[in-house]
Design a binder for this molecule. Sequence first.
Ligand code: ZN
Length: 244
Amino acid sequence: MRHLVVADIHSNLAAFQTVIDDARQQEGFDSIWCLGDVVGYGPDPHDCIALLRRYKHICIAGNHDLAAAGKLDTRDFNDEAAYANHWTAHQLTPDDTAYLVSLPIRAEQGHFTLVHGSPRQPIWEYLIGQHEVMANLTCFNTPYCLVGHSHVALVFEQIGENRCMRHRLSSGETILLGQHQLIINPGSVGQPRDGDPRAGYAIYNEESNKFVCYRIEYDITATQVKMRKARLPQSLINRLEEGW
Ligand code: ZN
């Protein structure tokens, strides 16, 4: 089985469709593992949910998904994120909302634990620094954990009792799934924040035990034009081409 691993699609249909097409041309995939935040920020929340649901998949709830479904208060969001989230809630069909409400906040798939933020705090915690990563290594029972939320393509590897390595992932890079515990973020499909505006994703192949990360260009302008029409905040439009 091959799994397409995606996170933080954020209603960016152009990016999501490009990722699916690109993954098909790489080694292909049998199912999608989505690490949350299908919606929020971008212009196509319904279409992104519909596209995901066309495939065999498992999807974890992200903070934006729960807020758009009315399950989480947007008081903890910044102004632009909250505005976009209220706009998003109005674009969803009742079936979309029911789907978002139904999402689990944590799942295990073979050797992997799947969460949005962190295994310790699945909804809110960002895993960026070594300190919080060390505290999280005891919070999952599988060898590897997949996270999203920070929108930064990263892998953390435990290399001793009190140490872990942090490594930024580049396109085409294969992560070795060995004996050490790993926390992997495949990067964001729809709103990368690591200085590289290209959409990020990964493919995990169970048979070859390979986990390969990719970055792919998509039509950023197409998404920006839709956001302008929807009168979504200018800063959210600009950041797509800047990759932050
Ligand atoms: Zn996100």
